[in-house]
Design a protein around this ligand. Structure first.
Ligand SMILES: NC(=O)c1ccc[n+]([C@@H]2O[C@H](COP(=O)([O-])OP(=O)(O)OC[C@H]3O[C@@H](n4cnc5c(N)ncnc54)[C@H](OP(=O)(O)O)[C@@H]3O)[C@@H](O)[C@H]2O)c1
Length: 312
């Protein structure tokens, strides 16, 4: 079967650039949206040019120009959107409604993967304010996709490794300490950590797979389902030293959260649900989902100890 032609929207982003790389590596004809709004952002321009050098096609298009989006989506079989959705960086999830309109009108797209790549928003109906905005907005996009009858796959990637492992699961930290770590509560709820390049590989692997059509693909690499304490133990083994430990109770965490600005509070809410409540591992995958490492055992995912070695 011929491989699908893929359009990546948000291709210069943190995850987007990895999706472009993985799509090219898997031999898909790959198109990357080139938005005029990047202006004179020289880093983005250079990144786009590097994609072109590697064989991608740059397609001009803007979220302010419906016809340009329509033209872009008409060129491909699959659209993957990796638009920003982290408040401390930028949160543009609802802009995707314009992409949904274009895909619906074009009528040729065989599958759309919206910008999700985190906690499954369908499991977060009771999430706390203000962080629930992330899940609510992603559900608004899902509803629009399904109302429009667009075939889809949602990728629930759980924790991006660099955000969570880098800081030993401590919010606001992205490099692991060699002295001290704050455990969130007892540090025992399990979360799931995935190398961002592996997220991209699983995502690209699934786009032509009929088993994940109109389903959620959950990334649960079995050896990367660990508690904060277990992550810390792996790091301690790597550095050959035990860290000093203190603990932050739920109540103290929530009180500290209240003092932060809105964008920080959104992120902290997510840490609360993941690290205190164990929301990523508190449910079984049902009939509407598939698990990536089971479907694609050929992908040798990066294990937590291998990932942490980059910080030595
Ligand atoms: N599970 C986790 O731990 C985790 C962590 C981080 C992110 N995520 C999720 O992953 C997805 C991607 O996040 P990311 O951090 O990779 O995103 P990002 O790097 O912050 O941004 C991705 C891209 O969004 C596009 N964009 C930003 N502002 C825009 C605007 N005003 N109009 C149009 N496009 C705009 C840009 O694309 P171009 O300039 O290339 O067009 C940008 O490169 C999101 O859904 C996010 O929620 C999950």
């Amino acid at each position: 079967m011929e491989k699908s032609k893929v359009l990546i929207v948000g291709g210069t982003g943190y995850l987007g650039r990895r999706l472009v790389k993985a799509s090219l590596a898997e031999g898909h004809k790959t198109y990357v949206l080139h938005r005029p709004e990047i202006g004179v952002d020289i880093d983005k321009a250079q990144l786009l040019l590097s994609f072109k050098d590697q064989g991608a096609n740059l397609v001009h298009g803007s979220f302010n120009d419906h016809h340009s989006l329509l033209n872009a989506v008409k060129m491909v079989d699959v659209v993957i959107c990796a638009i920003s959705g982290v408040h401390i960086r930028s949160h543009q999830i609802l802009l995707q409604l314009k992409l949904v309109d274009a895909i619906k009108e074009a009528g040729n797209v065989k599958r759309f993967l919206p910008s999700e790549f985190g906690t499954d928003p369908a499991t977060m109906k009771n999430a706390m304010e203000p962080g629930r905005v992330t899940f609510d907005d992603k559900m608004v996009v899902r509803k629009a996709i399904q109302d429009a009858g667009i075939p889809y796959t949602y990728v629930s990637a759980n924790c991006f490794a660099a955000y969570f492992l880098g800081g030993l699961c401590q919010p606001g930290k992205i490099f692991p300490s060699r002295d001290h770590v704050v455990l969130l509560g007892d540090g025992n709820p399990k979360a799931i950590y995935v190398d961002e390049d592996d997220i991209a590989k699983y995502t690209i692997r699934t786009i032509d797979d009929p088993r994940t059509l109109n389903k959620t693909l959950y990334l649960r690499p079995p050896e990367n389902i660990l508690s904060q304490r277990e992550v810390v133990q792996i790091w301690e083994k790597l550095i050959g030293k035990e860290l000093q430990k203190s603990s932050l109770s739920k109540d103290d965490f929530l009180a500290l959260m209240k003092g932060q600005d809105y964008a920080e509070q959104v992120g902290l809410t997510h840490y609360y649900h993941i690290c205190y409540e164990g929301c990523l591992t508190s449910f079984e995958i049902g009939a509407e989902g598939e698990e990536a490492s089971k479907l694609y055992p050929q992908i040798k995912y990066t294990k937590v100890d291998e990932y942490l070695k980059r910080y030595l």
